[in-house]
Design a protein around this ligand. Structure first.
Ligand SMILES: [Zn+2]
Length: 159
């Protein structure tokens, strides 16, 4: 099978998980993670049933794959998602060091169904005075001191 054919097979599995998710009260999103032709993680949206705004399919699949590999990095792996990832999930895919993301439905398709992450995409590039969520800073030195503590700590491990 060529890469494109494999991609479509795994993407269909993600789409199947998205449909299944609807049946149990989750959002219509599913994801699988594949490494060397093998599914190593699966996830589906559980935002409402778990009362967890971060319970997106991609995050669940990343957690599942990392738990399976006992590694916080997923080098050489591909994330297949039923829908174009939101900014949080794109960032999570970067943190997980995934090689590639393949998706089916677009963010626009999701927005038309009521799942609009456009305001978050805008928020991330908005100048501070135009942000919906204000970020303010206090205790800069005390915060910085945690890194000094960490740098001196024997158990530190960079990721
Ligand atoms: Zn997401």
């Amino acid at each position: 099978m060529g890469a494109g054919v494999d991609d479509r097979v795994f993407l269909r599995e993600a789409i199947r998980l998205a449909r299944e998710s609807v049946e149990v009260g989750g959002g219509p999103f599913g994801a699988v993670i594949v490494q060397d032709g093998t599914v190593i993680g699966r996830g589906a949206n559980r935002v409402i049933p778990w009362a967890d705004p971060t319970a997106h399919a991609e995050v669940a699949a990343i957690r599942d794959a990392c738990r399976y590999l006992q590694d916080h990095r997923l080098h050489g792996a591909t994330l297949y998602v039923s829908c174009e990832p939101c900014p949080m999930c794109r960032a999570a895919a970067c943190w997980a060091r995934l090689d590639r993301v393949v998706y089916a439905a677009s963010a626009r398709d999701a927005a038309e169904a009521g799942f609009d992450d456009e305001r978050i995409r805008d928020e991330l590039v908005a100048p501070p005075e135009q942000r919906i969520l204000p970020l303010s800073r206090e205790l800069a030195e005390e915060g910085r001191a945690v890194f000094d503590y960490w740098e001196r700590h024997a158990n530190r491990r960079l990721y």
